[in-house]
Design a protein around this ligand. Structure first.
Ligand code: SAM
Length: 242
């Protein structure tokens, strides 16, 4: 069994360590690269997802692959002092930046290094679970989806924000951007064209809208639906655990 990485196939058991190396390498430039690569649009996509999550005071929220805590910080503001917002990530460099940014904003919430495929939480603990631009990097996506569903309370909602399949007429332009502009930006700004080539490739390999929706149903979620943004460049999927 092998999984795709960059322009090469790598054994499945090495994917996690390669993903780890990518995020160690980009952590310090991660935020500025996000703004540059998406022309600031990732903020709009995240804002829409945060609104859709509808976190209310007192809720328990899990941010999976939370990285630099863009989502956790907003969730923590909405959940308030009576709520519980867990920032989690498999990568210590990303988690450290995220935790520091939470504290800089005066938000005192737990941060934990863990793998989405083995979440160290009891069943039915969270009101909301969200993963943004993280599922794509996971080796066993079905296992991660099953885990994120397991820790949801009945009536709780899982939200998955991820790159998806673009509208067909936009494909040539998108390819030009991903395999031309993106590695160039990666080289100039982050000094690391390979990590950004990996990004473009991993996006192509990720399940499209309908496939991911079905994977979420298979994981046990109901009322699954998705919203396309920027012509399918990204999609927000959501499902409810009944
Ligand atoms: N959610 C943040 C955001 O939207 O800005 C960060 C997204 S970043 C592109 C992807 C994150 O997924 C990285 O911080 C990486 O360490 C994390 N990640 C990759 N594989 C993971 C896994 N198996 N479990 C948990 N986190 C993982």
């Amino acid at each position: 069994d092998s999984t795709h990485f960059g322009f090469q196939e790598v054994p499945e058991d090495q994917k996690a360590s390669r993903v780890g190396a990518v995020f160690d390498s980009v952590a310090s430039r991660y935020d500025v690269m996000n703004d540059l690569m998406s022309a600031g649009l990732h903020r709009v996509w995240k804002a829409f997802s945060i609104a859709q999550a509808a976190v209310r005071p007192g809720m328990k929220v899990l941010d999976v692959a939370g990285g630099t805590a863009d989502l956790s910080r907003e969730f923590a503001r909405r959940a308030g002092p009576g709520g519980e917002v867990w920032l989690t990530d498999i990568n210590a460099s990303m988690l450290r930046i995220g935790r520091d940014r939470m504290l800089d904003d005066g938000l005192v919430q737990p941060a934990l290094q863990c793998d989405a495929e083995h979440l160290p939480f009891p069943d039915a603990y969270f009101d909301r679970v969200m993963v943004a631009f993280g599922l794509r990097n996971m080796t066993h996506k079905d296992q991660a989806l099953a885990e994120m569903t397991r820790v949801l309370k009945p009536g709780g909602k899982l939200l998955v924000l991820e790159f998806s399949r673009v509208w067909k007429p936009l494909e040539p332009l998108y390819d030009l951007y991903s395999f031309g502009v993106l590695p160039w930006l990666g080289k100039r700004i982050a000094g690391d064209p390979e990590s950004y080539r990996y990004l473009a490739e991993s996006i192509r390999m990720h399940p499209d809208q309908e496939t991911l929706a079905q994977m979420m149903r298979d994981a046990g979620l109901s009322r699954v639906r998705f919203f396309n943004m920027a012509g399918g460049v990204v999609a927000l999927h959501e499902g409810v655990r009944l």
